[in-house]
Design a protein. Structure first.
Length: 229
């Protein structure tokens, strides 16, 4: 006669282990700054530049919503002021700011942080939005830099072509020349020929040439043959 084996019934200890909820402080990622939860992984970076020198301070999470927002605003505000004066800053700084924005989106999706009793501190205050901070005026710095290059490109004789008019400031302590509009009263000459070499005598054979402008600036050597405007 076969013996029936009764089904296994877990004892009190086993049932307790199966039904005991996981410790919330371990299940939910906690903020690196305040210890609250929930939190998300994010890395915010700054950019400080001075000619060839560049620094990239960073703060790594996980962060809760309040602390992540505060860290982002702090690093971004400093970057808006300190990140434009390097040789490569016009290319590097926008990338840093964009990466920070992408990380901020992850933080903004989090709910209000909940402190874990006995293990967390008060979350950081996010502070004023960037749009209300004076550091936002740092965005004018790249605009001024680009504007200065554009102005130089329109007035420098380095970019003068045949047909452009030139004003020569011979009375200045540092005599120079600049491209001006041909309708301007200060237009002294018109470029009738240009040679990418230093040779004043080459203009003698150019029809309509009355003067020459020879400039040597680094690796840029050229001669402008000038006639009447």
């Amino acid at each position: 006669m076969s013996r029936q084996i009764p089904p296994h019934v877990p004892g009190p200890a086993a049932r307790t282990a199966e039904t005991t909820p996981t410790d919330p402080s371990r299940a939910v990622p906690r903020c690196e700054v305040c210890g609250s939860g929930p939190a998300a992984e994010a890395t915010f970076r700054g950019h400080q530049a001075f000619f060839l020198l560049m620094r990239f301070p960073k703060a790594e999470g996980p962060f809760c919503r309040n602390c992540g927002t505060a860290v982002h605003r702090s690093l971004t505000a400093r970057t808006l002021w300190q990140g434009w004066t390097g040789i490569f800053s016009l290319a590097v700084n926008p990338v840093v700011l964009l990466i920070n924005l992408l990380n901020l989106r992850r933080i903004r999706r989090l709910p209000v942080p909940v402190p874990v009793p006995g293990t967390s501190r008060a979350p950081l205050s996010p502070g004023r939005p960037l749009l209300l901070r004076v550091e936002l005026l740092g965005l004018l710095i790249p605009a001024l830099i680009v504007g200065a290059f554009a102005w130089d490109a329109t007035t420098s004789t380095d970019y003068a072509a045949v047909g452009d008019c030139i004003h020569r400031d011979a009375e200045s302590a540092l005599p120079g020349a600049a491209v001006v509009d041909c309708t301007d009263r200060e237009a002294d000459f018109r470029v009738v020929a240009r040679f990418d070499a230093v040779d004043p005598g080459v203009c003698a054979a150019v029809r309509g040439s009355e003067a020459s402008l020879v400039l040597r600036r680094g690796r840029t050597d050229y001669t402008l043959c000038l006639g009447r405007p």
